[in-house]
Design a protein around this ligand. Structure first.
Ligand SMILES: Cc1cc2nc3c(=O)[nH]c(=O)nc-3n(C[C@H](O)[C@H](O)[C@H](O)COP(=O)(O)O)c2cc1C
Length: 155
């Protein structure tokens, strides 16, 4: 009998397309692992069930006005009460795109993730400006690394 796949939830927001491109590359990297299923959701479409049923979560946000995108915050707002006691220790990673900074968005997401008691399993990725080939490769590698760690039970 086939072992059920472990699920990585990729939650992202993108207004101008940059984060959509990064999240797509992350998902492609994660999907390279055979025993991983990627659930790819724009934050507005991501549900509490998606969160409760995943084995790891990747959050991709642009920085807008020094903070995470409002729709990423909305995802946290909608899920915290039900999820925070049920997702303790959930492996997570963050990747951010920004025009010139991005650190505000990262700090905020990490603070909220700490509220859920999730486990940061890789350093965050921050891309300033339009992603170049190296950035694209780095985000894909982040996806594959996370997936491999979850698949092998390291994370
Ligand atoms: C309304 C708005 C506010 C922004 N605020 C910031 C900011 O505070 N810091 C920053 O580094 N970039 C800022 N940017 C630039 C975006 O983070 C950057 O263009 C990012 O790549 C956009 O991602 P997206 O194309 O997925 O929406 C802002 C962009 C917009 C549209």
């Amino acid at each position: 009998m086939e072992t059920p796949k472990k699920r990585i939830l990729v939650v992202y927001h993108s207004q101008g397309g940059t984060m959509k491109r990064m999240a797509t590359r992350f998902a492609a990297g994660a999907a390279k692992e055979q025993n991983i299923e990627v659930i790819f959701k724009k934050a507005t479409d991501a549900t509490i069930e998606d969160l409760l049923n995943c084995h790891g979560i990747a959050i991709g946000s642009p920085e807008y006005f020094g903070t995470m995108a409002g729709m990423i915050k909305d995802f946290f707002d909608r899920t915290y009460e039900v999820a925070h006691e049920k997702t303790i220790g959930l492996p997570y990673v963050v990747f951010v795109c920004a025009g010139n900074d991005g650190r505000g968005a990262i700090a905020q997401i990490e603070r909220l993730a700490a509220g859920y008691k999730w486990k940061k399993v890789q350093p965050h990725l921050r891309v300033v400006g339009s992603p170049n080939t190296q950035d694209d490769d780095a985000v894909e590698e982040l996806g594959q690394t996370m997936a491999a760690g979850i698949d092998f039970g390291i994370f």
